[in-house]
Design a protein around this ligand. Structure first.
Ligand code: DAT
Length: 184
């Protein structure tokens, strides 16, 4: 049990599985539903947050990403996560203290579909290959299961708009349940 009034939700998965799209739709749905609209829901794209707050040691040209300074990132996030009502969106799930996160959603996608999405995004071949392999090897799911209690981790498929809608509905229901169990 946490002292938070509202839960923090982490949406994770290999790049391209749909984290940012899900997080945006989820926050919109949470802001609109009468049961949850009172909370100050915020979508926290951790990749953007790293850039904005300078939580990195520079740009890695080979991998086309920032070399994240994890200590600085955790210090900055510590300041915002405590209030709850955050939807965090990041491909890494194992650096956060377990107590910060109430639900971990791991999005999954067929690797051929994922390849197409990353190609469309203009990723270099080495980055597409690395991510594709990570998805096949279930790297993020394994990390999530190692880092959080079994009942906190949920694996959801993200291969169609219908699945996305269904996923958002399921998470919304979960938030209702969390409130019912954690309200004063
Ligand atoms: P991520 O944040 O995991 O990198 P994204 O939300 O940016 O992924 O999505 C990558 C692309 O794939 C984007 O063009 C939207 C599309 N997409 C994601 N999930 C989808 C789904 N369930 N059905 C159809 N398209 C999806």
């Amino acid at each position: 049990m946490t002292a938070r009034e509202w839960p923090n939700i982490l949406i994770t998965g290999t790049p391209g599985t749909g984290k940012t799209t899900h997080a945006a739709l989820l926050v919109e749905a949470l802001q609109q539903a009468p049961e949850t609209s009172a909370a100050p829901w915020q979508h926290l794209n951790v990749g953007d947050f790293v850039k904005e707050k300078g939580c990195h040691q520079g740009w890695n040209d080979e991998w086309q990403s920032w070399d994240v300074d994890e200590d600085k990132l955790l210090d900055e996030l510590e300041l915002v996560q405590g209030q709850g009502a955050k939807v965090l969106d990041w491909h890494t799930c194992d650096i956060f203290p377990e107590r910060w996160i109430d639900l971990v959603v791991v999005l999954r996608c067929d690797h051929a579909k994922l390849w197409e999405r990353l190609e469309k995004r203009g990723y270099k071949l080495n980055k597409i290959e690395e991510n594709n392999e990570a998805e096949i090897m279930e790297v993020v799911l394994a990390d999530a299961r190692e880092s959080y209690a079994e009942e906190v981790v949920v694996e959801l498929r993200s291969e169609s708009p219908e699945e996305m809608e269904e996923n958002v509905g399921r998470i919304l229901q979960w938030v209702h349940g969390w409130r019912a169990n954690n309200a004063d």
